[in-house]
Design a protein around this ligand. Structure first.
Ligand code: 13P
Ligand code: SF4
Length: 303
């Protein structure tokens, strides 16, 4: 505990000295999420907030693609990532060459890239989306078919909601692909009345068996507005810990899988990152310009 308090005190001091803010994803552990973060949210909120940050330094407590997105939107600011190895199975599943091959095979079909991708992959796409705005982005295109990459399950879930045909890629999230409809059936027996919320990176049968599907922020919103007596969040472990702290009246069933990439973020690494100003996220300017255009288009479509 003494070390944790030391780290928190040091981080709060370093933030003032460096004129830094900490943007933290909803999957950060409570001591980061509640202890040192200035802004918390889902991928969409973090991208949006990154456009309004009034600081010299942004520490992105999350994964690498989130730090890249923050840098794309703030090319003049220093963006720090506490652990450079915090990747994402979705981002790692696809290369710019894969996107070019899909485009060549399906000429004229718009390419929608999930934000869980590298800047180099975003640079090959027409527009980005997150789990929080995927339906809205797809509908805004007004076309019968899109190339929606790299998450095969998100594509299937959004296809079901929008009726738009999806050409996709065999990427998946190592956290969400492990949930099964049988997990949900068992939970409904063990915890009668439980409301089950699933992230749309879960396989289609899991989302079908759930009561609601949405991004991490949308799940949090659901809990805060509807105050279910019992709830299960089919997503990363820290989500329930964080949402439970601000909703003590809700009983959380905790079917959680850890994201090993997100969990590379610790207070000690955030402190070290601010002390040494490492690791700074850099993106090739030519790639950045094209990737920024895809992210900007997403933000312009809103909401
Ligand atoms: P959200 O945009 O819903 O926060 O999801 C990000 C992510 O990595 C989910 O696994
Ligand atoms: Fe990527 Fe899944 Fe981890 Fe999110 S939870 S960062 S999608 S591996």
């Amino acid at each position: 505990w003494a070390t944790m308090t030391d780290d928190v005190d040091a981080i709060l001091r370093l933030k003032r000295e460096r004129n830094a803010v900490i943007l933290a994803h909803n999957y950060m552990t409570p001591e980061i999420y509640h202890g040192v973060a200035d802004i918390v949210g889902d991928s969409l909120a973090l991208a949006r907030e990154a456009t309004t940050v009034d600081a010299d330094v942004i520490v992105l407590a999350g994964v690498h693609f989130m730090a890249e997105t923050a840098k794309l939107l703030n090319p003049a600011k220093t963006v720090l990532i506490p652990d450079i190895n915090s990747g994402c199975s979705l981002a790692e599943s696809i290369t710019p060459e894969d996107v070019r091959a899909l485009r060549a095979k399906h000429p004229g079909v718009p390419v929608v890239t999930y934000v869980n991708t590298s800047a180099a992959v975003k640079a090959e796409s027409d527009i980005c989306c997150t789990s929080g705005n995927a339906v809205h982005i797809i509908e805004s295109l007004g076309v019968p078919e899109v190339i929606m990459i790299p998450d095969q399950y998100l594509a299937a879930n959004i296809a079901a909601q929008t009726g738009v045909q999806m050409i996709t890629h065999p990427g998946s999230c190592i956290v969400h692909e492990r949930f099964t409809p049988a997990d949900i059936a068992q939970m409904r027996i063990d915890y009668p009345g439980v409301e089950v919320l699933a992230h749309p990176e879960c396989p289609r049968p899991v989302v079908e068996a759930a009561d609601f599907a949405g991004s991490t922020a949308q799940m949090q919103d659901y809990v805060e507005k509807r105050k279910p007596l019992k709830v299960a969040l089919m997503t990363e472990c820290s989500m329930s810990d964080n949402v439970a702290q601000s909703n003590p009246d809700v009983d959380f069933v905790r079917p959680c899988n850890l994201c090993p990439y997100m969990k590379l973020n610790t207070l000690a690494k955030i402190r070290h990152s601010l002390e040494t100003m490492t690791t700074q996220v850099e993106i090739d300017p030519e790639v950045a310009e094209r990737a920024r255009a895809a992210v900007d288009r997403m933000l312009q479509v809103g909401p």
